[in-house]
Design a protein around this ligand. Structure first.
Ligand code: TZP
Ligand code: MG
Length: 211
């Protein structure tokens, strides 16, 4: 697998992206510095995931940003996405790896230290750890970890980490200090009138925090 830059990982939400739409929001966020875009639409069937995913793939082509599809293996393959992201309640990681083959990126969510430690680095390329904070974007989320909890999970996690849940540009320093490789955000980009500006602010804070 090529080098995966998790610095700024945008998770799309069709509701929060309603003004610009998911494709234009993604295009703007990548222009502002997003390195990963995840298509996440809990209400779309596979046909709609494929349609949106193909449009995203065209929009992101040549930008260097990678396209990840949430949950839907069939859509991820049909789109020719760079990767698939699954949660603990989806198909297991070994099965997912068998279905997508050796070259596609595979991400897995983990909400506890036990789940983070159990990640198989032979199958999984990165982990999404969270939620760091409670968030209205995912009403059924597990208990918030805070930065201390995040750091505990990072320490036992055998793969690179993107932190998620209630994160804003002001949290970049704390996320990196907890040992994560990047920030995943929904509302901090999708829920703003200017996703490019919102992404740029996070990306710039990331550069500052790393220097
Ligand atoms: N998984 C854990 S929290 C979350 C997901 C998909 C939503 C994060 O959304 P926001 O708006 O960045 O808090
Ligand atoms: Mg899932």
């Amino acid at each position: 697998m090529r080098n995966l830059d998790l610095s700024l990982y945008l998770v799309l939400d069709p509701g929060l992206c309603a003004t610009l739409g998911m494709v234009e929001t993604a295009r703007a966020a990548v222009a502002g510095g997003a390195t990963v875009v995840q298509l996440r639409d809990k209400h779309a069937d596979t046909a709609r995931m494929i349609e949106t995913g193909r449009a995203l793939k065209v929009a992101l082509s040549g930008t260097g940003a990678v396209l990840i599809v949430n949950d839907d293996v069939e859509a991820a393959i049909a789109i020719g996405a760079d990767g698939l992201h699954i949660g603990q309640d989806d198909i297991d990681a070994i099965t997912a790896r068998q279905l997508i083959g050796p070259d596609m990126i595979l991400g897995l969510s983990a909400e506890t230290a036990a789940l983070a430690a159990a990640i198989d680095p032979a199958a999984v390329d990165y982990a999404g750890l969270g939620p760091v904070f409670a968030t209205a974007t995912k009403p059924d989320h597990k208990p918030a970890l805070g930065f201390e909890g995040l750091s505990r999970l990072v320490k036992v996690c055998p793969v690179p980490v993107v932190a998620i849940g209630g994160l804003k540009s002001a949290h970049v320093g704390d996320v990196l200090a907890a040992g994560a490789d990047g920030l995943a955000v929904v509302s901090a980009i999708c829920g703003t009138p200017d996703p490019q500006l919102a992404a740029r602010e996070i990306a710039e804070n990331m550069i500052k925090a790393r220097t």
